[in-house]
Ligand binder design. Structure first.
Ligand code: ZN
Length: 321
């Protein structure tokens, strides 16, 4: 079991969740007065890496005070229940809209299993473990936690998911953005620039809300964005513009395919993949074409699924939803 982690300053460590492959999903460990706060949990399969990382820092699971998934999508919160069982002193901090599912994950598990099938579900996520309600703190917009003098402020950020918050950290002046500030894989980095694009995964994608949430984060003038997918980036005029442009482009691709009948989702997926790959050349000139496609193929598929759900929401009568 090889642990992959990177210190980021301000007592923040980025730990790889080892979700599908390394380099895809991050978990952040914040240490203050020998106590720990863990932002994002990865899946149940990520928990052994978290425990090993604590041990490597000379800490134990008893030192964990907060476990904070930015939203309840399973690459962010799938391991929360399992992790909470190992951390007897920890409270879970979650968006009010996600709290019920963390205490009663049966429906979340059944729903995801219906999409992936049981075998793939187990491979990807393991098992969802319920968390006792009295251990759950529901963080409304602007809720603050004083983590040993370090203030964590929770901001409601719908657009990717209705159960999504971002966390502003007073020490680093950075924001743990979950999926709100998009996806940015380090393989695309070149010359200090990075490639960022939006994630529209099912089932709550709302472009206007997402753009407002992005502006809400930027208004705080963060020094850095701690993305879940993947690790920390600095904001720049370039990557902010790129992220917003991708929201627009994905919406346009979906709307243009609106009347394509049964092949609609597949068509959207193909066009998203082409758009993302093409745009990536504006930042990176060294990766091979096949490598680019490999890195973003899953995101193009998930984004297409989310845009399909969004289109269905726009036309409820025609589709009988
Ligand atoms: Zn998500």
């Amino acid at each position: 079991m090889e642990m992959i982690k990177q210190p980021l300053g301000h007592n923040i460590t980025c730990l790889d969740a080892q979700y599908v492959h390394p380099g895809i999903a991050s978990i952040y460990l914040l240490e203050q007065d020998a106590k720990l706060c863990i932002i994002e949990t990865g899946t149940a399969h990520s928990v052994p890496y978290i425990l090993a990382a604590l041990e490597a820092q000379g800490r134990s699971a008893e030192d964990v005070e907060y476990v904070i998934p930015t939203h309840i999508h399973l690459d962010h919160a799938g391991g929360a229940g399992e992790l909470m069982q190992h951390c007897p002193n920890a409270k879970l901090v979650v968006h009010p809209r996600g709290a019920y599912h963390m205490a009663h994950p049966e429906k979340l598990q059944a729903g995801t299993m219906a999409v992936y099938g049981e075998e793939t579900f187990r491979q990807l996520y393991g098992t969802l473990t319920p968390i006792a309600e009295e251990r759950i703190i529901q963080a409304e917009d602007n809720h603050e936690i004083d983590f040993h003098g370090r203030i964590l402020r929770f901001m409601d950020t719908p657009g990717h998911a209705l159960h999504h918050f971002c966390v502003l950290d007073s020490l680093s002046k950075g924001i743990f953005t979950g999926d709100t500030f998009g996806l940015s894989y380090r393989q695309f980095d070149e010359g200090g620039r990075n490639f960022v694009f939006a994630t529209t995964t099912p089932v709550h994608f709302d472009p206007d809300a997402l753009l407002s949430s992005i502006d809400k984060l930027l208004a705080l003038k963060p020094r850095q964005m701690y993305l879940t997918h993947y690790c920390a980036i600095q904001t720049s005029q370039e990557n902010i513009a790129q992220l917003k442009k991708s929201v627009q482009a994905f919406v346009e691709i979906a709307l243009a395919a609106k009347n394509s009948g049964e092949n609609r989702q597949r068509l959207i997926e193909q066009q998203l993949l082409e758009w993302i790959v093409k745009e990536s050349y504006s930042i990176n000139n060294t990766l091979s074409e096949s490598e680019r496609r490999r890195i973003v193929a899953t995101d193009a598929r998930l984004n297409a699924q989310g845009l399909e759900v969004w289109l269905n929401r726009l036309e409820p009568k025609a589709r009988g939803v």
